[in-house]
Design a protein around this ligand. Structure first.
Ligand code: MG
Length: 276
């Protein structure tokens, strides 16, 4: 694989037609790697064989399948803390079971990485809740290891030192980091460049996403902005990735846009320029 191939985050397909439409957009962008949101339903996940062939025919490689769950609510930081990932105790067992199914889906798709927003970690390492989140993640990582897969944890919901401490605590060789610089700005969990330096040896995939610290009135906190127009400092981000020896895909993630395709196309031009 080329060093630093460009890619795009493709949202969880609603159905087969939706997946086909997304792949057509990826082809228009001229990129050959994607992160793919895992379908929520078993029916959706049963499409893996058919979708794998479509991907192969188009020369597109899924470099990570991202697990998401019904009930994840990113409307406010508070709802995100309460609802996202494996962190909430009430839904943990059910979501762990779904995570294993999503790993199986990724495997059937020929993908050796699943990514996830773990959710907000409990503050106290000694707490039962912290231990239970770690145990759930170990269970998922054991399942993934049997399939030859790694799990990449999305950054930003907690500070880099907290995530680092958690990674050491869990202590599984196949757990790494998907570094999303914009999330540190959105969640207010630290300077993304300092975080990158701290997590450097764990970073195995990245999201090229931007965000502004200053919100305009009425703007939801989770809303990102077009790559290069926010406070991440994309030029420096790419430079720092090269400095720490990262050579994996640069996957563009644009979450909230009225003109997703134009924004992604411009992001590709920007990254091409920075890499030239
Ligand atoms: Mg992300």
């Amino acid at each position: 694989m080329d060093a630093l191939p460009l890619g795009v985050f493709v949202r969880c397909p609603r159905d087969h037609e939706d997946f086909k439409t997304s792949l057509q957009a990826v082809e228009r962008f001229g990129v050959h790697t994607i992160h793919l949101g895992a379908p929520r339903s078993q029916l959706g996940r049963s499409m893996a064989g058919r979708w794998r062939k479509m991907l192969t025919d188009r020369g597109i490689r899924v470099t990570a399948v991202f697990c998401g769950f019904d009930g994840n609510n990113y409307q406010t930081r508070q709802t995100a803390r309460e609802t996202v990932g494996l962190s909430p105790a009430a839904t943990r067992a059910q979501r762990l079971a779904e995570t294993l199914e999503m790993a199986d889906f990724a495997h059937a798709l020929g993908c050796d990485v699943i990514g996830m927003h773990l959710g907000s970690l409990p503050a106290e390492m000694q707490s039962l809740d912290y231990q239970n989140v770690a145990a759930a993640l170990r269970c998922a990582s054991d399942h993934c290891a049997q399939l030859g897969q790694s799990i990449h944890l999305e950054t930003g919901a907690e500070s880099a030192p907290m995530l680092l401490e958690f990674l050491r605590h869990v202590g599984q060789a196949n757990i790494a980091v998907n570094f999303d610089p914009a999330n540190f700005i959105l969640y207010g969990t630290g300077d993304p460049m300092v975080a990158l330096d701290l997590l450097a040896t764990h970073v195995r995939s990245v999201h090229c996403k931007d965000a502004c610290r200053i919100r305009v009135p009425g703007q939801p906190w989770h809303e990102d902005c077009a790559l290069g127009s926010g406070d991440v400092g994309i030029e420096r981000f790419v430079r720092e990735l090269l400095r720490i020896g990262y050579r994996g895909p640069l996957t563009i993630e644009r979450e909230c846009s009225a003109d997703w395709e134009t924004d992604v196309a411009k992001s590709i031009q920007l990254l091409d320029r920075l890499l030239a």
